[in-house]
Design a binder for this molecule. Structure first.
Ligand code: ZN
Length: 156
């Protein structure tokens, strides 16, 4: 099962004691993962029972901390690379931008470090943050150069 980068706190009930199995079911993960959280990652379990129980407030605290740790925001010009598992600057000669009918822009690129394809859909108004190389999506810099759809100055 793929490692999750973020766990929503929304499904956790206000004041409730979860079994390991219930937590696993809540997030669609293996019970073994929950055991590992308890064993290795500091998820608190309620004392005094052979079976492991976790209180919702401890779940909440644990996942909040976990989410924070996993959060690696993209800086300007970066796109998350699924292989490196961190935001990377794309290779500048392999960026493709496409205006979609709904006003968003699809950016295709290649990770500047490992070469894996990156993919991101950004809103037009976030465009300059997403790709400072092309500060204005309506400007001449992202006019597509032909059949292959590459922005003109990406080819230099
Ligand atoms: Zn990469």
């Amino acid at each position: 099962m793929a490692r999750r980068d973020r766990y929503s706190l929304a499904p956790i009930r206000g004041n409730y004691t979860y079994s390991v199995e219930e937590v696993a079911e809540l997030y669609g993960i293996a019970s073994e993962t929950v055991f590992r959280w308890i064993r290795d990652e500091g998820l608190k379990r309620l004392p005094g029972s052979k079976k492991f129980y976790i209180h919702s407030s401890d779940m909440r605290r644990f996942l909040e901390r976990k989410n924070k740790r996993n959060k690696k925001p993209c800086s300007d010009g970066e796109i998350y690379c699924c292989k490196c598992r961190v935001p990377r600057r794309p290779s500048m000669n392999a960026v493709q931008a496409e205006n979609l009918p709904n006003g968003t822009i699809r950016v295709k690129a290649k990770c500047g470090v490992c070469g894996t394809g990156q993919f991101k859909v950004v809103s037009g108004k976030n465009w300059s943050e997403s790709h400072p190389l092309y500060p204005d999506r309506n400007g001449p810099t992202i006019e597509h150069s032909g059949a292959n759809g590459w922005p003109r100055n990406c080819q230099t």
